[in-house]
Write a protein that binds this ligand. Structure first.
Ligand code: ADP
Length: 645
């Protein structure tokens, strides 16, 4: 945005440019044949309703605003002769700076992605798709070729006029709007006119109160403030009282059977400003001593702030139909922060504060039952609609898994909801894994640290593959936390394949005579002990090696690390170190493969090169674990030297 005049007193008209993303969205609005132009009204009413919410909340803590907050309402006026539709609210309003920044930029989550999706929909000719995107204020330009916004911030003595024809610029100048709030004036396109591309402008006639009434009823019936409709030139008879167009019935109170799918979707759009339909909906009513209604949704794409510490939580709290606060963190656990929706309590006091909620027993009960409802819904989705569940898991699984650590009460349920990759290239649940466990298998084997593809190729899996034992590949950084916190699933302990003392049944995987002979030769030469000795003179990772031993688990790789005690991956160690945390001393065991040609060669060595062999084996083991090598230059030098021999 750039100001073309540098008038610091701001008393005259000033011209500004839209931010480039905003320009793109505007272009799309103006030129695309929008499949559903009706939505402009839904978007503007939704903004008006938000503005009334904001004012009501602010007036609670600011007495000077209580007059402004009286008699909240939204008025839609149509003037067929002048071809004008206005939407007026007496909400919080916008200051000059707010008009410039809110209406000149798009601060939407994933704006780039959004614009791309819009453009694709436009160019692919799938105009029906465009209709699925909510575009907020800018949707005015679908139906209007000029939009003027007059606004007065509640409590302010100035009002301002924002005006644009959507040509890439807008102007700002002082105005004289009465009272606080916002009035949006739409100069409607002429339906006979063609737009710049020769496309027809929206054919529908928005200039009759009859048409507007229908749209308001369809999209905004549940808005909790009265929406009045007036037509200029049509005088009301004296005894005719204005009735709001909308029923203001809270959708979450109505019995589910009475509400259509479309109404639920509209409400989701209203509270989230999302442009896609939700993946799942949960309507719930609790009766008894703690009565409340809840209407929750699981979005079909993740919000941009899912992993920000300050990211938004999606629950709005109402008390007996009155909006109290959004972003209410005490009603849903942290690990369900992707859930959106409304909770309406019958019993909480209206003057409740965030501090009170934190301590409140009723809130804790609501949270507990909502948690269970969401888990039930997920369980149902998992059995009834595997595709949808997979989609859910791909987006939010990583967040839900936090619950295994945070919520011991529901730990087992969440574990059952987990989808995990396994060493056979499949996605599995823990229950399925357990059902496939081999006779005598001692636990649920897993490998953690690094991404799934790297884990899949780890030398630590070789022994398991050879014995046809399945291993879970836990590739998310959080996985190592929960697997440690949970300890077991049902009666089966989680066992890391990096653990030094796993004993696997040999079965079909028994060593061949040749392998035995090779192992014997190395044993007789005391290779393991001699390598360990050589490590005394090496630094870095060698210092953490407590033992070197001949392995029975390796098949193709020369060496790997395993650990005594509770295995902690190098990735987790690095993370804790970065956070400045003390970690228990590392006790690694270097296992070397007696059947590997590289290791066999050591047996022929008279002893001059043990330090070099040790360097090589340590480096190889580190690389396979996705761990940085201590001294890459020294390693490659040794590698070169040994290859030459
Ligand atoms: P969104 O509503 O998705 O944030 P919009 O483009 O519709 O995006 O609106 C941008 C911002 O402009 C809103 O977040 C709000 O702060 C402000 N705004 C829009 N309409 C109004 C209004 N009627 N009253 C007060 N503020 C408004």
């Amino acid at each position: 945005m750039s100001e073309s005049e540098t008038n610091t007193t701001h008393t005259s008209k000033q011209k500004h440019e839209f931010q480039s993303e905003a320009k793109q969205v505007l272009e799309l609005m103006i030129h695309s044949v929008y499949s559903n132009p009706d939505i402009f009204l839904r978007e503007l009413i939704s903004n008006a309703s938000d503005a009334l919410d904001k004012l009501r909340i602010e007036s609670l803590s600011d007495d000077t605003l209580s007059d402004c907050a009286r008699d909240p309402k939204i008025t839609v006026t149509v003037d067929p002769k002048e071809r004008i539709v206005t939407i007026r609210d007496n909400g919080i309003g916008m200051s000059r700076d707010e008009l410039v920044s809110y209406l000149g930029t798009i601060a939407r989550s994933g704006t780039g992605e959004f614009v791309r999706a819009m453009q694709e929909a436009a160019t692919s000719g799938r105009s029906d798709l465009i209709g699925q995107f909510g575009v907020g204020f800018y949707s005015s330009f679908i139906v209007a070729d000029r939009v003027a916004v007059e606004s007065r911030h509640a409590g302010s003595d100035e009002s301002w006029l924002w005006d644009s024809t959507g040509d890439g610029t807008f102007t700002i100048e002082p105005a004289d709007l009465e009272g606080n709030g916002t009035e949006i004036t739409l100069y409607m396109k002429d339906k006979a006119e063609k737009d710049a591309d020769g496309d027809d402008a929206p054919t529908k006639d928005y200039l009759s109160s009859w048409a507007l009434r229908g749209i308001i009823k369809q999209y905004s019936d549940f808005v909790s403030y009265p929406i009045y409709l007036e037509e200029t030139g049509k005088e009301k008879k004296d005894d005719e009282k204005s009735e709001p167009v909308n029923s203001m019935k809270a959708i979450w109170i109505r019995p589910e059977a009475e509400v259509s799918d479309d109404e639920y979707k509209e409400f989701y759009r209203h509270i989230t400003h999302d442009w896609e339909d939700p993946l799942e909906r949960i309507a719930y009513r609790a009766e008894g001593t703690n009565e409340f209604h809840a209407l929750l949704y699981i979005p079909s794409h993740p919000p941009f702030d899912l992993f920000y510490r300050e990211g938004k939580h999606g629950i709005q709290l109402y008390i007996r139909r009155v909006f109290i606060m959004s972003d209410c963190r005490d009603l849903i656990p942290e690990y369900m922060r992707f859930v959106r929706g409304v909770v309406d309590s019958e019993d909480l006091p209206l003057n409740v504060s965030r501090e009170i909620l934190q301590e409140d027993r009723q809130t804790a009960m609501i949270k507990r039952s909502l948690t269970r409802k969401v888990l039930d819904a997920l369980k149902k989705m998992k059995t009834d609609d595997a595709e949808a569940y997979k989609k859910f898991w791909g987006m939010f699984g990583i967040v839900l898994k936090e619950g295994i650590v945070q919520d011991s009460r529901n730990r087992e349920t969440i574990l059952k909801l987990c989808l995990v990759e396994n060493s056979r290239g499949e996605t599995t649940t823990l229950e399925e894994y357990v059902a496939r466990m081999k006779d005598g298998q001692k636990g649920i084997y897993y490998i953690a640290g690094g991404d799934v593809e790297a884990l899949r190729n780890s030398p630590k899996l070789e022994a398991f593959r050879k014995r046809d034992i399945e291993v879970l590949l836990l590739g998310d950084p959080v996985d190592e936390f929960w697997v440690t916190a949970a300890g077991k699933f049902g009666d089966h302990a989680f066992v890391s394949v990096a653990s030094a003392d796993i004993d696997l049944p040999d079965g079909d995987a028994e060593a061949t005579d040749e392998e035995r002979a090779s192992a014997k030769k190395l044993e007789d030469a005391g290779i393991a002990a001699r390598l360990k000795e050589a490590m005394a003179n090496l630094g870095g990772v060698a210092k953490s090696v407590e033992e070197v031993r001949l392995s029975t688990r390796l098949v193709d790789s020369p060496a790997t690390f395993v650990q005594k005690g509770d295995p902690i991956t190098p990735q987790m160690r690095a993370m804790f170190k970065a956070m400045g945390q003390e970690m228990p001393e590392e006790k690694r065991v270097l296992e070397i493969n007696p059947s590997h040609p590289l290791v066999k060669r050591i047996a022929d060595d008279a002893g001059d090169n043990y330090a070099d062999w040790a360097t090589l084996l340590l480096g190889v083991a580190q690389i396979a674990d996705g761990e940085p090598i201590d001294n890459p230059a020294a390693f490659t030098k040794t590698l070169g030297k040994m290859l030459e021999k």
